[in-house]
Design a protein around this ligand. Structure first.
Ligand code: GLC
Length: 746
């Protein structure tokens, strides 16, 4: 009996269908051992996305049935070329499965995933990912190495850009949205691509935020914080999963039977296939758990890795291991079944080719409109002192900074086939916006992203003096986040802070737009600015989205999916932390304490405990208030809740737009469990809703809660609820919500 698995999703059912099984068995019976193993070998053809130098015999590999999948093949002509070799020249004519890193768009580049998570809008993310799937499938790519759902609490880690931030509930909601967007109602649709939830598991917990580094945590933390988004993706029907590079509690994820078989297969009922990450099978030797290639291949396959990405080990080693009696043929057969099931479900045997004469890509108005909406809903207003925003018409603007006119850096990491020529920069959008007013816009670069040269400051300061307001476009370039891009400093890079100080010294109000793939430490920066906007890397419609937001044509609605610390010294810093036995007082100490209550508490001598901006934070041009949450019952029976599939409690609140203009708020419901057998976080997100209200309008909201939301993991790492516990609830528009109520479990 699989614990906690809800009803299987479309592709899970497809993969388990009896008609499809019969086709798989009929083909399997005809395959030689080498042809079986060929289906388990994946090769990168084209620009590599990892270490290695490639091969020169891909056509031969395909023609002899020694390759089952390829990645990084780009273009319909190329995918068809290799597919024709497989389907028309190989003995069994099994089609290839082409994979690609479709992470936040294929050609129409959306905001980076951390930005899309800030929208708290899974429905829009699903639309955006369906567009990505449509574009990729049109070129023969029927497998996306996405969603990346690794929970991340350390902004030093460059891949924080690729995920949905620090929270399991938001991460799970986004994981479901990506899978639904990619796979649609059926994998056999020509516009569907198989998802590949990654990187299983807990890759985002790399020690010190250093990529590929060691991960060590309790089973309770693993299950309570890191696994929920993977499980959500599997329950949403992700057809594949990618195993991670890192060790988890001493066992490399790519040879970890606890993860890949016990949890993934036996508990969650996953019936797709597992692909290793790039050369991760071979890296078992570096980890020290494999003495040689055969041992690495045997350990990975035996643990549950069905396909070998770029280690070039399965193909040469598995047949020998079978013939030497070290590897049962049944294990190979089951891996091949899993791969063939996905290929049949995708309809590749019926439709292996794509239309090479399909119209060349155009960033149509509809695609741009979706990319712009996604960007507008992703960009977070962090500060707006004195209502400097929205900008009034007619104001003269100085646009300064190295990211004002940087199309490449608007696309962000893992931008697929994104083309900087499609990107509309902030400068271009401002020029368009202010085209009717000569002299309304002055532009000066001021400095580079990573520079000590201040020779450009004078021009920037002059532009500021001649204007009414300064827009400073600062932050990271696209290569400063993503894979193998960890940083030991998260301040504004180079001399950008000095430029900001020079601009502020003019006395003109400064609106700082931060472009980055991670939270930066903005404590010094925010002192000098009237408004602060976190733009992430917003995609091809960066400029138009920002201009619409800055002038108020569209209101800000995004909220932070990850904590922004005051300084790196606080990291890891996240909202759903445990309370400790000596929590610092809410006065948020910042001075050395003499003695007594302020001294012996969990705090620093030189920094506050609180973040600069908390999870869930974001401003709008209007304001909202909430009534206290009302649980539908003051008390529940624990035994009536345990293991329940549906709703067990409903929480109501009323949200009101208390401002003078319409706006959208992300209503957030948090809870804390007290009296449990294990210490529980001071807050956990268990519900969110985007709500758009006219000025003065109010609306009643209802949050259904089930066992999944009320449960936690006990010391034996079993998901449970316990009698004699009290649940505190808060509702509001950030993790610092104050409207409170409680209920109990008897
Ligand atoms: C990379 C990444 C992974 C990606 C794969 C193929 O090393 O870790 O996320 O999907 O290789 O490019």
């Amino acid at each position: 009996m699989r614990r906690g698995v809800r009803s299987p999703a479309p592709s899970n059912e497809q993969l388990a269908g009896s008609a499809l099984q019969r086709r798989v068995e009929a083909l399997l019976e005809r395959m030689t051992l080498e042809e079986k193993v060929g289906q388990l070998a994946q090769y990168s053809v084209g620009t590599p996305t990892g270490p290695g130098t490639g091969r020169s015999d891909y056509e031969t590999l395909v023609r002899t049935g020694a390759a089952g999948s390829m990645l990084n093949v780009v273009g319909a002509q190329e995918t068809n070329r290799y597919q024709r070799i497989a389907v028309e020249q190989s003995r069994l004519k099994i089609p290839l499965l082409f994979g690609f890193d479709v992470i936040h768009g294929y050609r129409t580049t959306m905001p980076i995933p951390l930005g899309m998570a800030a929208s708290f809008d899974p429905a829009l993310v699903e639309q955006a990912m369906h567009l990505a799937a449509t574009e990729a499938a049109a070129e023969g790519i029927r497998w996306a190495f996405s969603p990346m759902v690794d929970i991340a609490r350390d902004p030093r880690w460059g891949r924080v850009a690729e995920g949905s931030g620090e929270d399991p509930f938001l991460g799970a909601a986004m994981a479901r949205a990506y899978v639904r967007g990619y796979q649609g109602p059926s994998l056999s649709e020509s516009t569907s691509v198989a998802a590949s939830v990654k990187h299983f598991a807990a890759y985002g917990a790399a020690e010190a935020g250093r990529d590929y580094n060691t991960v060590d945590m309790s089973e309770v933390s693993l299950r309570q914080v890191y696994l929920p988004p993977y499980q959500a993706a599997i329950e949403a029907g992700s057809a594949t999963l990618m195993s991670a590079f890192n060790t988890l509690n001493g066992v490399p994820a790519t040879a970890n039977a606890h993860l890949l078989t016990a949890i993934l297969r036996e508990e969650w009922g996953f019936n797709g296939f597992v692909v290793s990450d790039w050369t991760a099978v071979a890296e078992l030797k570096n980890h020290g758990i494999a003495l040689d290639g055969p041992s690495a291949a045997l350990k990975a396959l035996s643990a549950g890795v069905d396909m070998d990405m770029e280690s070039h080990l399965y193909a040469p080693e598995l047949p020998r291991l079978v013939r030497e009696g070290k590897l049962p043929m049944a294990v190979v057969d089951e891996a091949v079944r899993r791969v063939l099931r996905v290929k049949f479900a995708l309809g590749l045997f019926e439709n292996p080719y794509v239309d090479e004469k399909a119209a060349a890509y155009v960033a149509t108005p509809e695609k741009r409109e979706l990319a712009r909406r996604m960007a507008e809903e992703s960009i977070v207003l962090l500060e707006n002192k004195g209502g400097v925003l929205p900008l009034a018409p007619g104001r003269k603007v100085a646009l300064v900074g190295p990211l004002a006119d940087a199309p490449v850096d608007m696309l962000g990491t893992w931008n697929g086939k994104g083309d900087p020529r499609d990107a509309v920069t902030l400068r271009a959008a401002l020029e368009h916006r202010l085209r009717g007013t000569p002299g309304a816009l002055r532009h000066a670069r001021g400095t580079d992203v990573l520079s000590a040269d201040s020779s450009g400051f004078a021009e920037a300061v002059a532009a500021a003096r001649a204007s009414d307001v300064v827009i400073a476009a600062l932050g990271e370039d696209t290569n400063m986040s993503g894979e193998a891009a960890s940083r030991t400093r998260i301040d504004l890079p180079g001399n950008q802070l000095q430029l900001l100080e020079a601009l502020a010294a003019t006395g003109k109000p400064v609106v700082l737009i931060v472009f980055s793939g991670r939270p930066l430490a903005l404590t010094d920066a925010q002192r000098h600015v009237a408004a602060l906007v976190q733009a992430w890397q917003p995609g091809i419609e960066a400029g138009p989205a920002l201009v619409n937001l800055l002038w108020g044509d569209v209101d800000f609605s995004a909220r932070l999916p990850i904590t922004f610390p005051r300084s790196l010294g606080q990291v890891p810093l996240y909202y759903n932390h445990l309370n400790t036995g000596r929590p610092a007082s809410q006065t948020d100490l910042t001075r050395p304490a003499s003695n007594g209550a302020e001294k012996y508490v969990s705090r620093y001598l030189d920094e506050r405990n609180t973040p600069l901006y908390p999870f869930g934070h974001g401003l709008s041009y209007t304001t909202f208030d909430f009534s206290p949450p009302q649980p539908s019952a003051p008390s529940l029976q624990a035994r009536a809740v345990r293991g329940q599939r549906g709703e067990v409690l409903r929480v109501k609140t009323r949200v009101r737009n208390t401002g003078t203009r319409p706006g959208t708020v992300v209503a957030q419901l948090y809870l804390r469990v007290l009296g449990a057998s294990t210490a529980q976080p001071v807050r956990q997100l268990v519900g969110f809703q985007r709500v758009t209200l006219a000025a003065g309008e109010s609306r009643e909201l209802e949050f259904p809660l089930g066992f999944q939301e009320l449960s936690f993991f006990d010391a034996r790492a079993t998901r449970t609820v316990e009698p004699g516990t009290r649940y505190d609830l808060w509702v509001g528009d950030s993790s610092e919500a104050t409207q409170h109520a409680s209920f109990t479990l008897e």
